[in-house]
Design a protein around this ligand. Sequence first.
Ligand code: NAD
Length: 443
Amino acid sequence: MLVEAAVKAAKEAFPIWSSKSPLERSQILNKLADLIEHDLEAFAQAESKDQGKTITFARTVDIPRAVHNFRFFASSILHHVTECTEMPTMGCVHYTSRAPVGVAGLISPWNLPLYLLTWKIAPAIACGNTVVAKPSEMTSVTAWMMCKLMEKAGVPPGVVNVVFGAGAKAGEALVCHPDVPLISFTGSTLTAQRITEKSAPHCKRLSLELGGKNPAIIFDDADLGQCIPTTVRSSFANQGEICLCTSRIFVQRGIYSEFLKRFVEETKKWKTGNPSDPTINVGALISKEHLEKVRNYVKKAQAEGARVLCGEGVDPLALPPGNQKGYFMLPTVIAEVKDESCCMQEEIFGPVTCVVPFDTEEEVIRRANGVKYGLAATVWSGNVGRVHRVAHRLQSGLVWTNCWLVRDLNLPFGGMKASGIGREGAKDSYEFFTEVKTITIKH
Ligand code: NAD
Protein backbone atom coordinates (compact mmCIF):
# COMPACT_ATOMS: atom_id res chain seq x y z
CA MET A 1 0.00 0.00 0.00
CA LEU A 2 2.72 2.43 1.04
CA VAL A 3 4.83 1.67 -2.01
CA GLU A 4 1.77 2.02 -4.24
CA ALA A 5 1.01 5.48 -2.81
CA ALA A 6 4.66 6.54 -3.07
CA VAL A 7 4.97 5.44 -6.70
CA LYS A 8 1.72 7.24 -7.55
CA ALA A 9 3.00 10.46 -5.94
CA ALA A 10 6.34 10.14 -7.75
CA LYS A 11 4.62 9.49 -11.08
CA GLU A 12 2.42 12.55 -10.68
CA ALA A 13 5.37 14.78 -9.75
CA PHE A 14 7.50 13.62 -12.69
CA PRO A 15 6.16 15.89 -15.50
CA ILE A 16 6.82 19.10 -13.56
CA TRP A 17 10.13 18.08 -11.98
CA SER A 18 11.55 16.69 -15.22
CA SER A 19 10.68 19.89 -17.08
CA LYS A 20 12.65 22.09 -14.66
CA SER A 21 16.00 23.28 -15.95
CA PRO A 22 19.17 21.65 -14.59
CA LEU A 23 19.97 24.99 -12.96
CA GLU A 24 16.67 25.07 -11.04
CA ARG A 25 17.20 21.52 -9.82
CA SER A 26 20.80 22.30 -8.96
CA GLN A 27 19.76 25.21 -6.74
CA ILE A 28 17.35 22.99 -4.82
CA LEU A 29 20.00 20.29 -4.32
CA ASN A 30 22.43 22.89 -3.01
CA LYS A 31 19.82 24.20 -0.59
CA LEU A 32 19.21 20.68 0.70
CA ALA A 33 22.97 20.21 1.18
CA ASP A 34 23.12 23.47 3.18
CA LEU A 35 20.24 22.38 5.43
CA ILE A 36 21.80 18.99 6.21
CA GLU A 37 25.15 20.65 6.85
CA HIS A 38 23.48 23.12 9.21
CA ASP A 39 22.14 20.16 11.24
CA LEU A 40 25.29 18.05 10.83
CA GLU A 41 25.79 17.39 14.52
CA ALA A 42 22.18 16.27 15.03
CA PHE A 43 22.45 13.96 12.00
CA ALA A 44 25.76 12.54 13.23
CA GLN A 45 24.38 11.88 16.72
CA ALA A 46 21.33 10.16 15.25
CA GLU A 47 23.38 8.02 12.86
CA SER A 48 25.77 6.96 15.63
CA LYS A 49 22.94 6.03 18.01
CA ASP A 50 20.93 4.27 15.32
CA GLN A 51 23.75 2.04 14.10
CA GLY A 52 26.32 1.90 16.91
CA LYS A 53 28.99 3.46 14.70
CA THR A 54 31.38 5.89 16.33
CA ILE A 55 30.38 9.52 16.57
CA THR A 56 33.72 10.45 15.03
CA PHE A 57 33.06 8.39 11.92
CA ALA A 58 29.52 9.78 11.61
CA ARG A 59 30.80 13.37 12.04
CA THR A 60 33.74 13.11 9.70
CA VAL A 61 32.61 10.63 7.05
CA ASP A 62 28.91 9.72 6.89
CA ILE A 63 27.19 13.07 7.16
CA PRO A 64 29.78 15.30 5.43
CA ARG A 65 29.72 12.89 2.50
CA ALA A 66 25.89 13.03 2.36
CA VAL A 67 26.17 16.83 2.13
CA HIS A 68 28.86 16.49 -0.52
CA ASN A 69 26.74 14.07 -2.57
CA PHE A 70 24.05 16.74 -3.05
CA ARG A 71 26.61 19.48 -3.76
CA PHE A 72 28.55 17.30 -6.17
CA PHE A 73 25.54 16.38 -8.33
CA ALA A 74 24.14 19.92 -8.06
CA SER A 75 27.33 21.00 -9.81
CA SER A 76 27.92 18.04 -12.13
CA ILE A 77 24.41 18.22 -13.67
CA LEU A 78 25.32 21.65 -15.06
CA HIS A 79 28.29 20.34 -17.01
CA HIS A 80 27.11 17.42 -19.12
CA VAL A 81 27.21 17.81 -22.88
CA THR A 82 25.62 15.59 -25.49
CA GLU A 83 27.44 14.29 -28.56
CA CYS A 84 27.25 15.40 -32.19
CA THR A 85 28.84 13.93 -35.33
CA GLU A 86 28.67 15.05 -38.95
CA MET A 87 28.45 12.92 -42.12
CA PRO A 88 29.18 15.41 -44.91
CA THR A 89 28.94 12.85 -47.73
CA MET A 90 25.42 11.89 -46.61
CA GLY A 91 24.47 15.48 -45.74
CA CYS A 92 23.63 14.39 -42.21
CA VAL A 93 24.22 15.49 -38.65
CA HIS A 94 23.71 13.09 -35.75
CA TYR A 95 23.30 14.14 -32.16
CA THR A 96 22.32 12.52 -28.90
CA SER A 97 19.59 13.75 -26.62
CA ARG A 98 19.13 12.69 -23.01
CA ALA A 99 16.03 12.75 -20.81
CA PRO A 100 15.17 11.51 -17.31
CA VAL A 101 13.68 8.02 -17.22
CA GLY A 102 10.78 8.36 -14.75
CA VAL A 103 10.28 7.00 -11.23
CA ALA A 104 13.55 5.59 -9.85
CA GLY A 105 13.49 2.89 -7.16
CA LEU A 106 16.44 3.31 -4.80
CA ILE A 107 17.30 0.66 -2.21
CA SER A 108 20.16 1.13 0.25
CA PRO A 109 21.85 -0.80 3.11
CA TRP A 110 22.47 -0.04 6.80
CA ASN A 111 26.23 0.41 7.00
CA LEU A 112 26.54 3.99 5.68
CA PRO A 113 22.86 4.92 5.85
CA LEU A 114 22.59 8.55 4.74
CA TYR A 115 25.82 8.52 2.73
CA LEU A 116 24.65 5.70 0.44
CA LEU A 117 21.03 6.81 0.24
CA THR A 118 21.99 10.33 -0.87
CA TRP A 119 24.58 8.91 -3.31
CA LYS A 120 21.50 7.60 -5.16
CA ILE A 121 18.90 10.30 -4.49
CA ALA A 122 21.19 13.16 -5.55
CA PRO A 123 21.99 11.98 -9.12
CA ALA A 124 18.46 10.61 -9.65
CA ILE A 125 16.71 13.90 -8.93
CA ALA A 126 19.49 16.06 -10.42
CA CYS A 127 18.79 14.30 -13.73
CA GLY A 128 15.06 15.06 -13.42
CA ASN A 129 13.70 11.74 -12.18
CA THR A 130 11.41 11.43 -9.21
CA VAL A 131 12.22 8.75 -6.66
CA VAL A 132 10.86 6.20 -4.25
CA ALA A 133 13.69 5.36 -1.87
CA LYS A 134 13.79 2.51 0.62
CA PRO A 135 16.54 2.79 3.22
CA SER A 136 17.46 -0.23 5.32
CA GLU A 137 14.82 -1.04 7.92
CA MET A 138 17.67 -1.26 10.45
CA THR A 139 18.78 2.37 10.04
CA SER A 140 16.06 4.76 8.99
CA VAL A 141 16.41 7.69 11.41
CA THR A 142 18.60 10.00 9.32
CA ALA A 143 16.54 9.31 6.19
CA TRP A 144 13.51 10.47 8.16
CA MET A 145 15.37 13.59 9.33
CA MET A 146 16.31 14.38 5.72
CA CYS A 147 12.66 14.02 4.62
CA LYS A 148 11.72 16.74 7.07
CA LEU A 149 14.07 19.17 5.28
CA MET A 150 12.73 18.54 1.77
CA GLU A 151 9.97 21.14 1.82
CA LYS A 152 12.26 23.83 3.24
CA ALA A 153 14.81 23.08 0.51
CA GLY A 154 12.12 23.61 -2.13
CA VAL A 155 11.82 19.99 -3.26
CA PRO A 156 8.24 19.81 -4.63
CA PRO A 157 5.89 17.22 -3.09
CA GLY A 158 6.15 13.80 -4.70
CA VAL A 159 9.71 14.24 -6.01
CA VAL A 160 11.40 12.37 -3.14
CA ASN A 161 9.32 9.69 -1.45
CA VAL A 162 10.90 7.57 1.26
CA VAL A 163 9.26 4.29 2.19
CA PHE A 164 10.26 2.76 5.52
CA GLY A 165 9.79 -0.97 5.56
CA ALA A 166 11.35 -4.40 5.38
CA GLY A 167 13.23 -5.54 2.28
CA ALA A 168 11.12 -8.60 1.56
CA LYS A 169 7.94 -6.52 1.57
CA ALA A 170 8.55 -2.85 0.76
CA GLY A 171 11.77 -3.45 -1.20
CA GLU A 172 10.31 -6.23 -3.27
CA ALA A 173 7.09 -4.29 -3.94
CA LEU A 174 9.25 -1.52 -5.40
CA VAL A 175 11.30 -3.94 -7.48
CA CYS A 176 8.13 -5.55 -8.88
CA HIS A 177 6.22 -2.30 -9.50
CA PRO A 178 5.49 -1.84 -13.22
CA ASP A 179 5.73 1.97 -12.99
CA VAL A 180 9.31 1.91 -11.64
CA PRO A 181 11.53 1.37 -14.69
CA LEU A 182 14.88 1.50 -12.93
CA ILE A 183 16.27 0.14 -9.68
CA SER A 184 19.51 1.29 -8.11
CA PHE A 185 20.47 -1.12 -5.34
CA THR A 186 23.33 -1.25 -2.86
CA GLY A 187 23.47 -4.26 -0.56
CA SER A 188 24.37 -7.92 -0.47
CA THR A 189 24.98 -10.15 -3.48
CA LEU A 190 22.25 -12.52 -2.28
CA THR A 191 19.59 -9.78 -2.28
CA ALA A 192 20.83 -8.59 -5.68
CA GLN A 193 20.20 -12.06 -7.12
CA ARG A 194 16.62 -11.92 -5.86
CA ILE A 195 16.15 -8.39 -7.25
CA THR A 196 17.50 -9.46 -10.64
CA GLU A 197 15.07 -12.38 -10.72
CA LYS A 198 12.06 -10.32 -9.62
CA SER A 199 12.72 -7.42 -11.97
CA ALA A 200 13.45 -9.59 -15.01
CA PRO A 201 9.83 -9.85 -16.24
CA HIS A 202 9.79 -6.03 -16.47
CA CYS A 203 13.23 -5.75 -18.15
CA LYS A 204 14.19 -3.06 -15.63
CA ARG A 205 17.37 -1.07 -15.77
CA LEU A 206 19.51 -2.25 -12.83
CA SER A 207 22.49 -0.84 -11.01
CA LEU A 208 23.85 -3.25 -8.40
CA GLU A 209 26.57 -2.27 -5.89
CA LEU A 210 27.34 -5.37 -3.84
CA GLY A 211 29.71 -7.05 -1.42
CA GLY A 212 33.46 -7.50 -1.53
CA LYS A 213 36.33 -9.61 -0.25
CA ASN A 214 38.98 -7.01 -0.72
CA PRO A 215 42.70 -7.82 -0.85
CA ALA A 216 45.59 -5.63 0.24
CA ILE A 217 48.86 -6.69 -1.43
CA ILE A 218 51.98 -5.57 0.37
CA PHE A 219 55.30 -5.93 -1.46
CA ASP A 220 58.65 -5.96 0.35
CA ASP A 221 59.52 -2.45 -0.91
CA ALA A 222 56.38 -0.90 0.64
CA ASP A 223 56.66 2.04 3.01
CA LEU A 224 55.45 0.21 6.12
CA GLY A 225 55.27 3.45 8.10
CA GLN A 226 52.40 4.52 5.82
CA CYS A 227 51.08 1.10 4.95
CA ILE A 228 50.49 -0.30 8.45
CA PRO A 229 48.26 2.43 9.95
CA THR A 230 46.36 2.73 6.66
CA THR A 231 45.81 -1.03 6.45
CA VAL A 232 44.57 -1.08 10.06
CA ARG A 233 42.12 1.66 9.06
CA SER A 234 41.13 -0.11 5.83
CA SER A 235 40.45 -3.30 7.83
CA PHE A 236 38.59 -1.90 10.83
CA ALA A 237 37.06 1.49 9.98
CA ASN A 238 33.35 1.55 10.81
CA GLN A 239 33.82 -1.82 12.60
CA GLY A 240 34.83 -3.34 9.24
CA GLU A 241 31.27 -2.68 8.07
CA ILE A 242 32.21 -1.01 4.80
CA CYS A 243 32.01 -2.87 1.50
CA LEU A 244 35.49 -1.50 0.67
CA CYS A 245 37.19 -2.75 3.84
CA THR A 246 40.28 -4.91 3.48
CA SER A 247 39.77 -8.48 4.68
CA ARG A 248 42.65 -10.40 3.06
CA ILE A 249 46.17 -9.05 3.52
CA PHE A 250 48.86 -10.66 1.36
CA VAL A 251 52.37 -9.79 2.58
CA GLN A 252 55.58 -10.65 0.72
CA ARG A 253 57.48 -13.29 2.68
CA GLY A 254 60.63 -11.25 3.36
CA ILE A 255 58.68 -8.72 5.46
CA TYR A 256 55.92 -11.02 6.69
CA SER A 257 57.11 -11.42 10.31
CA GLU A 258 57.92 -7.75 10.75
CA PHE A 259 54.58 -6.74 9.19
CA LEU A 260 52.59 -9.10 11.41
CA LYS A 261 54.26 -7.84 14.56
CA ARG A 262 53.80 -4.17 13.73
CA PHE A 263 50.29 -4.68 12.34
CA VAL A 264 49.09 -6.38 15.53
CA GLU A 265 50.71 -3.65 17.68
CA GLU A 266 48.92 -0.96 15.64
CA THR A 267 45.61 -2.83 15.75
CA LYS A 268 45.79 -3.05 19.53
CA LYS A 269 45.94 0.75 19.68
CA TRP A 270 42.40 0.90 18.30
CA LYS A 271 40.00 1.43 21.17
CA THR A 272 36.65 -0.37 21.21
CA GLY A 273 33.91 1.17 23.30
CA ASN A 274 31.11 3.65 23.72
CA PRO A 275 30.35 4.99 20.21
CA SER A 276 29.50 8.44 21.51
CA ASP A 277 33.00 8.89 22.98
CA PRO A 278 35.00 10.80 20.31
CA THR A 279 38.24 9.00 21.25
CA ILE A 280 36.81 5.57 20.39
CA ASN A 281 37.80 3.90 17.08
CA VAL A 282 35.48 0.88 17.03
CA GLY A 283 31.82 1.09 18.03
CA ALA A 284 29.15 -1.59 18.15
CA LEU A 285 28.16 -3.91 15.33
CA ILE A 286 24.74 -3.48 13.78
CA SER A 287 22.91 -6.35 15.50
CA LYS A 288 23.21 -9.37 17.74
CA GLU A 289 22.75 -11.70 14.76
CA HIS A 290 25.49 -9.96 12.83
CA LEU A 291 27.86 -10.09 15.81
CA GLU A 292 27.23 -13.84 16.11
CA LYS A 293 27.85 -14.32 12.40
CA VAL A 294 31.16 -12.44 12.54
CA ARG A 295 32.29 -14.30 15.68
CA ASN A 296 31.46 -17.61 14.04
CA TYR A 297 33.90 -16.86 11.23
CA VAL A 298 36.68 -16.51 13.81
CA LYS A 299 35.67 -19.79 15.45
CA LYS A 300 35.64 -21.56 12.08
CA ALA A 301 39.11 -20.24 11.24
CA GLN A 302 40.43 -21.50 14.60
CA ALA A 303 38.84 -24.89 14.03
CA GLU A 304 40.70 -25.05 10.70
CA GLY A 305 44.02 -24.41 12.46
CA ALA A 306 44.40 -20.67 11.90
CA ARG A 307 45.96 -18.48 14.60
CA VAL A 308 44.11 -15.51 16.11
CA LEU A 309 46.80 -12.96 16.93
CA CYS A 310 44.66 -10.38 18.65
CA GLY A 311 41.04 -9.53 19.31
CA GLU A 312 38.14 -11.97 19.55
CA GLY A 313 38.69 -14.70 22.13
CA VAL A 314 42.31 -13.66 22.72
CA ASP A 315 42.17 -10.24 24.39
CA PRO A 316 39.75 -9.18 27.12
CA LEU A 317 36.82 -7.07 25.93
CA ALA A 318 35.54 -4.72 28.60
CA LEU A 319 32.04 -3.65 27.67
CA PRO A 320 31.64 0.08 28.23
CA PRO A 321 29.55 1.13 31.24
CA GLY A 322 26.07 2.00 30.04
CA ASN A 323 26.55 -0.22 26.97
CA GLN A 324 26.61 -3.61 28.66
CA LYS A 325 24.19 -5.08 26.14
CA GLY A 326 25.96 -3.64 23.10
CA TYR A 327 27.22 -5.78 20.23
CA PHE A 328 30.92 -5.05 20.60
CA MET A 329 33.85 -6.99 19.21
CA LEU A 330 37.57 -6.25 19.24
CA PRO A 331 39.41 -5.79 15.94
CA THR A 332 40.68 -9.28 15.16
CA VAL A 333 43.72 -10.36 13.16
CA ILE A 334 43.99 -13.96 11.95
CA ALA A 335 47.11 -15.57 10.47
CA GLU A 336 47.86 -18.93 8.86
CA VAL A 337 44.52 -19.11 7.09
CA LYS A 338 44.19 -21.23 3.95
CA ASP A 339 43.02 -19.46 0.79
CA GLU A 340 40.09 -21.85 0.49
CA SER A 341 38.88 -21.16 4.06
CA CYS A 342 35.51 -19.41 4.32
CA CYS A 343 37.31 -16.56 6.14
CA MET A 344 39.31 -15.94 2.95
CA GLN A 345 36.41 -16.50 0.54
CA GLU A 346 33.25 -15.03 2.07
CA GLU A 347 32.40 -11.47 2.98
CA ILE A 348 32.53 -11.22 6.80
CA PHE A 349 31.60 -7.52 7.01
CA GLY A 350 33.00 -7.07 10.49
CA PRO A 351 36.25 -6.22 12.29
CA VAL A 352 38.17 -9.31 11.13
CA THR A 353 41.09 -9.45 8.74
CA CYS A 354 43.35 -12.31 7.63
CA VAL A 355 47.10 -11.93 6.99
CA VAL A 356 48.95 -14.45 4.80
CA PRO A 357 52.40 -14.55 3.14
CA PHE A 358 53.18 -14.73 -0.60
CA ASP A 359 56.35 -15.10 -2.68
CA THR A 360 55.91 -13.78 -6.22
CA GLU A 361 53.94 -11.15 -8.10
CA GLU A 362 52.41 -13.76 -10.38
CA GLU A 363 51.30 -15.87 -7.42
CA VAL A 364 49.72 -13.02 -5.47
CA ILE A 365 47.71 -11.78 -8.46
CA ARG A 366 46.28 -15.26 -8.94
CA ARG A 367 45.44 -15.63 -5.24
CA ALA A 368 43.98 -12.12 -4.90
CA ASN A 369 41.73 -12.83 -7.90
CA GLY A 370 40.74 -16.24 -6.50
CA VAL A 371 37.41 -15.18 -4.95
CA LYS A 372 33.97 -14.58 -6.45
CA TYR A 373 34.09 -10.86 -5.59
CA GLY A 374 35.93 -7.98 -7.30
CA LEU A 375 35.26 -4.68 -5.58
CA ALA A 376 38.30 -2.87 -4.13
CA ALA A 377 41.97 -3.87 -3.94
CA THR A 378 44.94 -2.08 -2.40
CA VAL A 379 48.54 -2.42 -3.59
CA TRP A 380 51.53 -1.24 -1.54
CA SER A 381 54.90 -0.90 -3.30
CA GLY A 382 57.52 1.73 -4.08
CA ASN A 383 57.97 0.34 -7.61
CA VAL A 384 55.89 2.37 -10.06
CA GLY A 385 56.10 -0.21 -12.84
CA ARG A 386 54.93 -2.94 -10.51
CA VAL A 387 51.91 -1.06 -9.16
CA HIS A 388 50.70 -0.37 -12.71
CA ARG A 389 51.30 -3.98 -13.78
CA VAL A 390 49.52 -5.45 -10.78
CA ALA A 391 46.65 -2.93 -10.82
CA HIS A 392 45.89 -3.79 -14.47
CA ARG A 393 45.68 -7.51 -13.73
CA LEU A 394 43.59 -7.41 -10.56
CA GLN A 395 39.93 -8.27 -11.08
CA SER A 396 38.66 -5.34 -9.09
CA GLY A 397 36.55 -2.30 -9.94
CA LEU A 398 38.77 -0.09 -7.76
CA VAL A 399 42.50 -0.39 -7.12
CA TRP A 400 44.16 1.94 -4.62
CA THR A 401 47.95 2.01 -4.55
CA ASN A 402 49.78 3.28 -1.46
CA CYS A 403 46.49 4.68 -0.08
CA TRP A 404 42.92 3.63 0.71
CA LEU A 405 39.47 5.18 0.28
CA VAL A 406 40.61 8.19 -1.68
CA ARG A 407 37.71 8.92 -4.01
CA ASP A 408 37.07 11.30 -6.89
CA LEU A 409 33.30 11.20 -7.40
CA ASN A 410 33.79 12.08 -11.06
CA LEU A 411 35.19 8.64 -11.80
CA PRO A 412 33.42 5.26 -11.98
CA PHE A 413 32.72 3.45 -8.72
CA GLY A 414 31.61 -0.18 -8.59
CA GLY A 415 32.58 -3.81 -8.64
CA MET A 416 33.39 -6.64 -11.00
CA LYS A 417 32.20 -10.27 -10.80
CA ALA A 418 29.79 -10.84 -7.87
CA SER A 419 30.51 -7.32 -6.56
CA GLY A 420 28.11 -5.69 -8.94
CA ILE A 421 26.76 -4.55 -12.25
CA GLY A 422 27.11 -0.99 -13.47
CA ARG A 423 29.03 1.92 -12.08
CA GLU A 424 28.19 5.07 -10.11
CA GLY A 425 29.93 8.45 -10.48
CA ALA A 426 29.38 11.70 -12.36
CA LYS A 427 29.19 10.29 -15.89
CA ASP A 428 28.01 6.79 -15.00
CA SER A 429 25.15 7.92 -12.75
CA TYR A 430 24.11 10.48 -15.37
CA GLU A 431 23.96 7.74 -17.99
CA PHE A 432 22.07 5.39 -15.66
CA PHE A 433 19.46 7.95 -14.65
CA THR A 434 18.81 9.26 -18.18
CA GLU A 435 17.60 7.69 -21.44
CA VAL A 436 19.65 8.45 -24.51
CA LYS A 437 18.36 8.84 -28.01
CA THR A 438 20.31 9.40 -31.26
CA ILE A 439 18.68 11.87 -33.65
CA THR A 440 19.77 12.13 -37.29
CA ILE A 441 19.03 15.25 -39.34
CA LYS A 442 19.45 15.33 -43.13
CA HIS A 443 20.10 18.82 -44.40
P1 NAD B 1 20.91 -6.41 2.28
O1 NAD B 1 21.08 -6.92 0.90
O2 NAD B 1 20.42 -7.33 3.32
O3 NAD B 1 19.88 -5.16 2.29
C1 NAD B 1 20.09 -4.03 1.49
C2 NAD B 1 18.75 -3.37 1.23
O4 NAD B 1 17.95 -4.24 0.44
C3 NAD B 1 17.93 -3.07 2.48
O5 NAD B 1 17.27 -1.83 2.33
C4 NAD B 1 16.94 -4.21 2.51
O6 NAD B 1 15.75 -3.89 3.19
C5 NAD B 1 16.68 -4.40 1.04
N1 NAD B 1 16.14 -5.72 0.67
C6 NAD B 1 16.32 -6.91 1.33
N2 NAD B 1 15.65 -7.87 0.67
C7 NAD B 1 15.09 -7.31 -0.42
C8 NAD B 1 14.29 -7.81 -1.50
N3 NAD B 1 13.94 -9.09 -1.58
N4 NAD B 1 13.88 -6.95 -2.46
C9 NAD B 1 14.25 -5.64 -2.40
N5 NAD B 1 14.98 -5.12 -1.40
C10 NAD B 1 15.40 -5.94 -0.42
O7 NAD B 1 22.29 -5.76 2.67
P2 NAD B 1 22.71 -5.12 4.07
O8 NAD B 1 22.95 -6.20 5.04
O9 NAD B 1 21.75 -4.03 4.40
O10 NAD B 1 24.09 -4.42 3.68
C11 NAD B 1 25.31 -5.06 3.72
C12 NAD B 1 25.75 -5.46 2.31
O11 NAD B 1 25.79 -4.33 1.48
C13 NAD B 1 27.15 -6.03 2.31
O12 NAD B 1 27.19 -7.16 1.45
C14 NAD B 1 27.98 -4.90 1.73
O13 NAD B 1 29.18 -5.30 1.10
C15 NAD B 1 27.02 -4.30 0.76
N6 NAD B 1 27.40 -2.93 0.44
C16 NAD B 1 27.91 -2.67 -0.81
C17 NAD B 1 28.33 -1.37 -1.13
C18 NAD B 1 28.88 -1.04 -2.49
O14 NAD B 1 28.92 0.15 -2.83
N7 NAD B 1 29.32 -2.00 -3.27
C19 NAD B 1 28.20 -0.36 -0.18
C20 NAD B 1 27.70 -0.68 1.08
C21 NAD B 1 27.29 -1.96 1.38
